[in-house]
Design a protein around this ligand. Structure first.
Ligand SMILES: Nc1ncnc2c1ncn2[C@@H]1O[C@H](COP(=O)(O)OP(=O)(O)O)[C@@H](O)[C@H]1O
Ligand SMILES: [Mg+2]
Length: 156
């Protein structure tokens, strides 16, 4: 499913609120996303103070270029579109609110995602700003794993 905005009625129905409260929440959300992307291998890098860098690498399906601009937008998700979808989702997905990456970008001042889908020869490294806006991207050769990196994470 492509990433799309949840309709306001769905947002209200699932009570979507910020899911990031501390560095542990960032790691947990990135792990959830990796597992939702069917990853079988996940690597975590955390700086010794747990606030400078949090990076999770996974070998899941990656993010299609059509979705790059939408990944860090609040209440945008590829996992559900309506509340009814939650009934069929049961057990298949750990996230569905479209809040995690938007919140991570907000509290850390921005995130960088490096990703490639199977059909692409090269990956893309994309920087997002505090409001989830796409700031820049560049081709990234030799990438096998998705990398989600939050820098200068501030505990709130
Ligand atoms: N590691 C990942 N691999 C593939 N797609 C991802 C990954 N992390 C995030 N995404 C995509 O970005 C979207 C937004 O992620 P997130 O903010 O965590 O919201 P949610 O998981 O609730 O949909 C996901 O729906 C998914 O399409
Ligand atoms: Mg998620």
């Amino acid at each position: 499913m492509p990433i799309t905005a949840l309709p306001p009625t769905t947002v209200r129905a699932i009570g979507s609120t910020s899911v990031i409260a501390d560095p542990c929440s960032v790691v947990k959300e990135l792990l959830d996303n990796a597992l939702d992307a069917s990853a079988t291998s996940i690597g975590i890098e955390i700086s010794s103070n747990a606030v400078d860098v949090i990076q999770v690498k996974d070998n899941g399906h990656g993010i299609s270029s059509d979705d790059h601009a939408l990944v860090c937008k609040r209440t945008f998700t590829s996992k559900i579109q309506t509340v009814e979808d939650l009934r069929t989702l049961g057990g298949k997905s750990l996230g569905f609110r479209g809040e995690a990456l938007a919140s991570a970008a907000e509290v850390s001042g921005g995130v960088t995602i490096t990703t490639r889908v199977e059909a692409e020869m090269v990956g893309t490294s994309i920087k997002y700003g505090r409001n989830g806006e796409l700031i820049s991207y560049r081709w990234q050769t030799h990438i096998q794993l998705s990398r989600h990196r939050a820098r200068h994470f501030q505990v709130i």
